[in-house]
Design a protein around this ligand. Structure first.
Ligand SMILES: [Zn+2]
Ligand SMILES: [Zn+2]
Length: 450
C-alpha cells in the first residue's frame, strides 16, 4: 500500500491522509487546522485529482478531522463518505456550527475566502454519507479486486472509529484518535489484536511520559476538589473544553458531584454548541449502550447559556462554573474572553482538562510566570495572573506506553507515525527502533510505500 499525509503543516493540525491499496484510492478524514484560519487551515486537497477517490472515511467529528470534509467531498463527488452512525448525527451539528464560525471570521479576520462551504454543500455531503455498522465488514470491488473495510470502536469521543482494511495480499490498520480507557459516559476502544502487515498509528501523547500517580480517576478527584475549593472561597471556575465530548463528560461529572453535595449549588454556564450536542448525545445513547448519556443532566444541573454581555477584562455578571470552548483557549472563543475577565481575582480558577498546544493562549498561560502579567493580544487586554491555573491529565488519547504495546502486539512489517507533534513522533521512532518493523515518519505530501 501507499501512504501520503496531506496535512501540509505536519504535526496534528488539518488531518487528511491518502491510502492507495492496490487499485483503491481512499482518503481518511479532512480537517481544519485549529491554529490557523482561512486557506492556511486546509489540508492539501489539490494533491488529489478531481474525482479520483473511491471513497472517503471519517474517523470522528472533531473539527481537525471533519472541518474541511465538505470541500473534499465537493471535489470528489462520486466518493461515498463512510462513517459511524453516531458521527452521521454529530457531523451535521458540528458542520453547521462551522459555517457560522467561518461567516463570522470572514469579517472579523478579513478573510474573503470564507466561508469555504455553505448549507448547499452540506446537503450534497449528507447525500453522500453512508453510515457503517461497527465490526461489520463492507466489501468494495474494483478492477476485479476486493477490499474489505471494517470499523472498530476507538473510544476517544462518541462515534470515533479505527479502520481495518483487508485485501487478499495485505491487512492494514488505521487507529484514528484512540483511547483505551473507559470514560464516565463512553466505553474505551475495542480493537483487533491479531497480526497486521501495516499499522498507521496516532502518536498524540508521544511527548508525555506516563505518570503512575496521575491516573484518570485520581485526576478527576483532584479536579473536583479544586472546583470545591474555588467555590468555597467565593470564586468562579473556568473549565475550557472541546464542545464535542469533553463538555458532555464534564456535565455528567459535575451533576454527580452536585448530587452528592460535593459543592455548594452554583450556576453552570455552557456554550450553545455544547448544549445542542447534549440532545444529539441523548439520541445516540438510545441506540448503543457504549454511550451513557441523558439530556436530563442539563435540567438537573440548571445549566444555562453564557451571559450575553461579556466584555474583555471584565468579570462576568454572575459567578459560577463556566464550561466553555475552546479547550486550548484559542482567540475568538468564549473561554479566551472569559479568562480575560477572571484572571485578576485570586479567588477564581482556570482549570484545563486536556492537552494545550504550547503556542495557543491556553498553552502560554500554563507556562506563564505567575509573577508576570498575561497579554490577551486579540482583545488588547493585559491582566495580572492571580487566579489559580491548573491542568489535569484527562486526555482523550491513549498514553504512549499503551500505543507502543499495541503496535508491538500487531507485529506489523511497516508502521507509519501519524497525528503527533515532532517530539512525540521522535519518541515513537526511538522506542520502536528495536522492533522488526520498518518505522516511517512521513513528511507531508510525500508518498511512501510499505
Ligand atoms: Zn479527536
Ligand atoms: Zn485528532
Amino acid at each position: 500500500m501507499k501512504f501520503t499525509d496531506l496535512n501540509r503543516h505536519g504535526g496534528i493540525g488539518a488531518n487528511c491522509s491518502l491510502l492507495e491499496i492496490g487499485p483503491f484510492r481512499i482518503a481518511i478524514d479532512s480537517g481544519l487546522h485549529p491554529k490557523f484560519a482561512g486557506y492556511d487551515s486546509l489540508p492539501s486537497h489539490d494533491f488529489l485529482e478531481r474525482n479520483s477517490l473511491d471513497f472517503i472515511v471519517l474517523t470522528h467529528c472533531h473539527l481537525d478531522h471533519l472541518g474541511s470534509l465538505p470541500i473534499l467531498s465537493r471535489e470528489q463527488p462520486d466518493a461515498p463518505v463512510l462513517l459511524s452512525y453516531a458521527s452521521s448525527i454529530l457531523a451535521r451539528r458540528m458542520l453547521s456550527n462551522s459555517v457560522s464560525v467561518m461567516r463570522r471570521q470572514r469579517s472579523e479576520l478579513n478573510l474573503p475566502e470564507l466561508p469555504f462551504y455553505g448549507r448547499g454543500d452540506l446537503t450534497s455531503l449528507y447525500n453522500r454519507i453512508k453510515p457503517l455498522s461497527i465490526k461489520t465488514p463492507l466489501q468494495v470491488e474494483k478492477d476485479g479486486k476486493v477490499l474489505k473495510v471494517t470499523f472498530h470502536h476507538a473510544g476517544h469521543v462518541a462515534g470515533a472509529i479505527a479502520v481495518e482494511f483487508e485485501t487478499k495480499k495485505e491487512k492494514i490498520f488505521f487507529t484514528g484518535d484512540l483511547l483505551f480507557n473507559d470514560q464516565r459516559t463512553l466505553d474505551g476502544a475495542e480493537i483487533p489484536t491479531e497480526k497486521f502487515d501495516v499499522l498507521i498509528t496516532e502518536t498524540t501523547r508521544g511527548g508525555t511520559p506516563r505518570n503512575p500517580t496521575r491516573q484518570r480517576e485520581s485526576e478527576m478527584v483532584s479536579l473536583l476538589n479544586e472546583i470545591r475549593k474555588t467555590l468555597a472561597r467565593g470564586g468562579s471556575v473556568l473549565i475550557p473544553v472541546f464542545a464535542l465530548g469533553r463538555m458532555q463528560e464534564m456535565l455528567v461529572q459535575l451533576d454527580e458531584a452536585f448530587r452528592r453535595n460535593a459543592f455548594p449549588k452554583v450556576p453552570v454556564f455552557c456554550s450553545g454548541l455544547g448544549m445542542d450536542l447534549v440532545n444529539h448525545f441523548h439520541e445516540i445513547s438510545k441506540n448503543t449502550n457504549r454511550l451513557r448519556f441523558n439530556r436530563r443532566v442539563l435540567k438537573s444541573l440548571g445549566a444555562r447559556p453564557l451571559p450575553r454581555k461579556l466584555e474583555p477584562g471584565c468579570e462576568p455578571p454572575m459567578k459560577g462554573i463556566f464550561l466553555v470552548s475552546s479547550g486550548m483557549m484559542v482567540e475568538h472563543t468564549p473561554s479566551y474572553l472569559l479568562a480575560s475577565g477572571l484572571l485578576r481575582d485570586d479567588r477564581n480558577s482556570i482549570l484545563f482538562v486536556g492537552y494545550c498546544d504550547p503556542s495557543t493562549p491556553g498553552g502560554k498561560l500554563l507556562q506563564s510566570d505567575p509573577e508576570e502579567d498575561f497579554e490577551f493580544e486579540e482583545i488588547d487586554c493585559i491582566e495580572p495572573i492571580r487566579a489559580k491555573i491548573r491542568q489535569f491529565d484527562l486526555s482523550g488519547h491513549a498514553d504512549r506506553e499503551e500505543l507502543l504495546a499495541y503496535a508491538q502486539k500487531l507485529s506489523p512489517k511497516t508502521i507509519f507515525l501519524h497525528h503527533g507533534d515532532p517530539d512525540a513522533r521522535t519518541w515513537f521512532m526511538e522506542s520502536l527502533s528495536e522492533s522488526d518493523a520498518t518505522v516511517i515518519d512521513p513528511k507531508p505530501l510525500k508518498t511512501y510505500e510499505s
